[in-house]
Design a protein around this ligand. Structure first.
Ligand code: PLP
Length: 371
């Protein structure tokens, strides 16, 4: 699905030297590269504060701890997403409130969000799924009218830009009170292990988030709050600092590949190509097709038999996951999500696809749909 080895070959000398430096200086924890990467990312995103942490799931958890949510508070998120979003809500004793998504963009439906708001709602967590922003102008408007927070899960959309009606632009993760991201190796900005970060423009909140991520201490060995231990390793920061310089080029390569897929698959009505949302750029974390009258299992087996990996993100809606079964929800409650979980599959999408590989994938897919 990704070719991280080929990508590494292009930056090998720089990465090896940077990792070597960290080891030579034994600066494994909070070494200089962590602060340098933080500054570089703040500049790239035009955001006041980046707070690095250990992974994307921690970033979401720390965001909700930082905002002081209390057990029983309701947090609205999409039923079609990776489990991490709902997991941290449940872990903190908050109540996940699920809503359906838009059938074309796969992102949370603002109309459904508004309907789900109660007097217990404290936040909306839009997930910018597969690489493009949710309808943030509508979501921010709802949040403002109801005086609730927006935490953006931007693990799949770092570098994407939201385009407001007045033409102004903001980077994914910098519109809500907090943005949370992941640097998992296969993410668009991936390190060589685990990593994550939070973004905010709020000074006070940034200080609180830093404290929570550091055992709840501002001064060493004085603990004002129950916190967690969540740090970005210096080695990972050193890698990320190098890869950040190429992030926009990586997104361009992904877009080029997506356009080639789009053009090729316009030839068949048995596949629905991913729709671009007019108010966001797309960074194509995934290229996700929907089957239309063909058997998904069969096309995936056919691809696999031709050495082409294909993945299903995600096969089971959150409200049908064993750990998240809830008497409030039953099969049929989120028809768009349920249909997507039954029909989507993603093709290889990365920054190093060769022409011959692309041609082989396209030929094989069309061979299946044309038979
Ligand atoms: C990857 C991902 C996360 C979690 O990130 P980790 O670093 O693996 O903890 C959260 N939300 C979404 C949408 C993701 O894709």
């Amino acid at each position: 699905m990704v070719d991280l080895k080929a990508q590494y070959q292009h930056i090998k000398a720089e990465v090896d030297a940077a990792i070597g430096d960290v080891i030579n200086n034994t600066a494994f924890i909070n070494g200089p590269a962590v602060g340098e990467f933080q500054k570089d990312l703040e500049n790239y995103l035009h955001v006041k504060h980046v707070i690095p942490c250990a992974n994307g799931t921690d970033a979401l958890q720390i965001a909700m701890m930082g905002l002081g949510f209390k057990p029983g508070d309701e947090v609205i998120t999409a039923s079609f997403t990776y489990v991490a979003t709902a997991e941290v809500i449940a872990l903190l004793g908050l109540k996940p409130v699920l809503v359906d998504v838009d059938p074309l963009t796969f992102n949370i439906d603002p109309v459904a969000v508004e309907k789900a708001i109660t007097d217990k709602t404290v936040a909306i967590v839009p997930v910018h799924l597969f690489g493009q922003c949710s309808d943030m102008e509508a979501i921010m408007d709802i949040a403002k009218r109801h005086n609730i927070h927006v935490i953006e899960d931007t693990a799949q959309a770092i570098g994407a830009e939201y385009i407001f009606k007045d033409g102004s632009r903001k980077k994914a993760g910098t519109m809500g009170i907090i943005g949370a991201t992941s640097f998992f190796p296969s993410k668009n900005l991936g390190c060589y292990g685990d990593g994550g970060a939070l973004f905010t423009n709020d000074d006070e909140l940034a200080a609180k988030i830093r404290m929570i991520a550091n055992h709840g201490q501002r001064v060493r060995y004085y603990h004002d709050e129950v916190g967690v231990n969540s740090r970005l390793d210096t080695i990972q920061a050193a890698v990320l600092k190098i890869k950040l310089k190429s992030l926009d080029n990586y997104a361009a390569a992904r877009n080029k590949l997506a356009s080639a897929y789009d053009t090729a698959f316009a030839a068949t009505d048995k596949l629905i190509t991913p729709r671009r949302f007019a108010n966001s750029t797309h960074v194509f974390h995934q290229y996700t097709l929907q089957t239309n009258g063909i058997d998904r299992k069969e096309i995936i087996s056919f691809l696999e038999a031709n050495q082409i990996p294909a993945m299903i993100y995600y096969p089971v809606p959150l409200h049908m996951q064993k750990a998240y079964l809830d008497e409030r929800y039953k099969t049929g409650d989120f028809p768009v999500t349920e249909k997507l979980c039954a029909t989507v599959f993603s093709l290889p999408m990365h920054t190093e696809m060769r022409e011959d590989q692309l041609a082989h994938i396209i030929k094989t897919v069309l061979e299946f749909t044309n038979r």
